[in-house]
Design a protein around this ligand. Structure first.
Ligand SMILES: [Zn+2]
Length: 150
């Protein structure tokens, strides 16, 4: 849920950036034409695309980086990027059914369709112990991993 909000925030900032770049380029063109006393030139589409794309890439990388730092936030001293993984233990293992998509092929090995099928698998619950590198606070989190046993 938090991740979804974070992604939404990233998309919103990308859109805002697009508007900002668009406005800046228009203003820049107007100023340029005033300085050089020439006609207002139409927007350079290639330049626009390059600036826009590279900006989005930077924003996305920045967002992922911030997400990682924020995810490793210590809840005792509130510092970001503070938690270091100390150990991982398996809490429990459960037998589960994993839904897999099987490709159906004809005699020529061409895919003709897919079929959903449940196969036995394992769900492992891990307990991760993190320690804050600033205040030494221990934080315990759990995560699960599903795997199909074939
Ligand atoms: Zn701390």
């Amino acid at each position: 849920m938090k991740k979804l909000l974070w992604i939404l925030g990233t998309v919103v900032s990308c859109v805002l950036y697009a508007f900002l770049v668009g406005a800046l380029l228009i203003v820049g063109n107007i100023i340029l034409s005033m300085v050089t006393h020439s006609e207002i030139q139409s927007m350079n589409q290639d330049l626009f695309n390059v600036v826009m794309l590279s900006g989005w890439v930077v924003l996305t990388i920045l967002s992922i980086w911030m997400w990682k730092r924020w995810n490793a936030k210590c809840h005792a001293c509130k510092r970001w990027n503070a938690l270091k993984l100390l150990k991982t233990e398996i809490l429990k293992q459960e037998k589960i059914s994993v839904l897999v998509e099987l490709k159906q092929r004809n005699l020529n090995r061409e895919v003709t369709g897919t079929q959903d099928q449940y196969i036995p698998g394992k769900r492992k619950t891990y307990q991760d112990t993190y320690q804050c590198k600033y205040c030494g606070n221990l934080e315990i989190r759990t995560h699960t991993e599903d795997s199909a046993s074939v």
